[in-house]
Write a protein that binds this ligand. Structure first.
Ligand SMILES: Nc1ncnc2c1ncn2[C@@H]1O[C@H](COP(=O)(O)OP(=O)(O)OP(=O)(O)O)[C@@H](O)[C@H]1O
Ligand SMILES: [Mg+2]
Length: 184
């Protein structure tokens, strides 16, 4: 085999066999982090841990999972942990709800009913994603062509009434650092 091709095959193999958690010369540590929530208290504790990560301030986090998986519930616990007071409305009809925590702007998107790409410009979503602050998005796949890459994607799977299996995946350098903080 030609040396260059050999090297490329080796790199490809390494890429496909990246460890879920680990440290090799090829892959940065902790690309994926998995947790189980056995109650909403676990969701709240997870939210507090995430809220304590310094890099969260300018992060973009997508939330995946079926209807009723617990995406909004996690966002509510996260906003509370960050110091947001008062009623926390779900953005389902407005697509985005802005929030203010001490020293931090937060935008909570729910793209479930997003269908018109013109809204991306007209409603100022492009500007929001270009400005500092924390952005959280439910149903990002409904705006897949427009939305930037998430720092972290959080996927919530319901196993029964109380148990949720949660997978966090980092897609950027910021996301990697955040995940390392979560799994430490
Ligand atoms: N960890 C948990 N354990 C038990 N119940 C939970 C947990 N997290 C959320 N729930 C419950 O499950 C429901 C989740 O609803 P939620 O609105 O958060 O889902 P969602 O993923 O945002 O759905 P949608 O796709 O419709 O926006 C709520 O009734 C909540 O009380
Ligand atoms: Mg929701």
């Amino acid at each position: 085999m030609r040396p260059l091709l050999n090297l490329r095959n080796k790199l490809t193999a390494a890429y496909h066999h990246r460890p879920i958690v680990g440290n090799t010369t090829v892959a940065p540590a902790a690309l994926v982090h998995q947790v189980t929530w056995r109650s909403e208290d676990d969701t709240a504790a997870f939210a507090r841990q995430l809220a304590a990560q310094p890099l969260l301030a300018n992060a973009f986090i997508t939330l995946h999972g079926d209807l009723g998986a617990g995406k909004t519930t996690l966002v509510r616990h996260l906003l509370r942990a960050l110091g947001v007071d008062g009623r926390i409305k779900s953005p389902t009809y407005a697509v985005v709800e802005p929030h203010e925590a001490p020293g931090l702007a937060i935008w909570h998107f729910d793209f479930y009913r997003f269908s018109d790409p013109r809204e991306w410009e007209d409603a100022g979503f492009r500007d929001i994603f270009a400005s500092p602050g924390l952005k959280l998005a439910e149903w990002p796949q409904k705006a897949a062509a427009l939305i930037p890459a998430a720092d972290i994607a959080i996927d919530i799977e319901v196993f029964d009434d109380t148990e949720r299996r949660v997978t966090l995946q980092a897609h950027t350098a910021r996301g990697h650092t955040l995940l390392q903080g979560m799994s430490a």
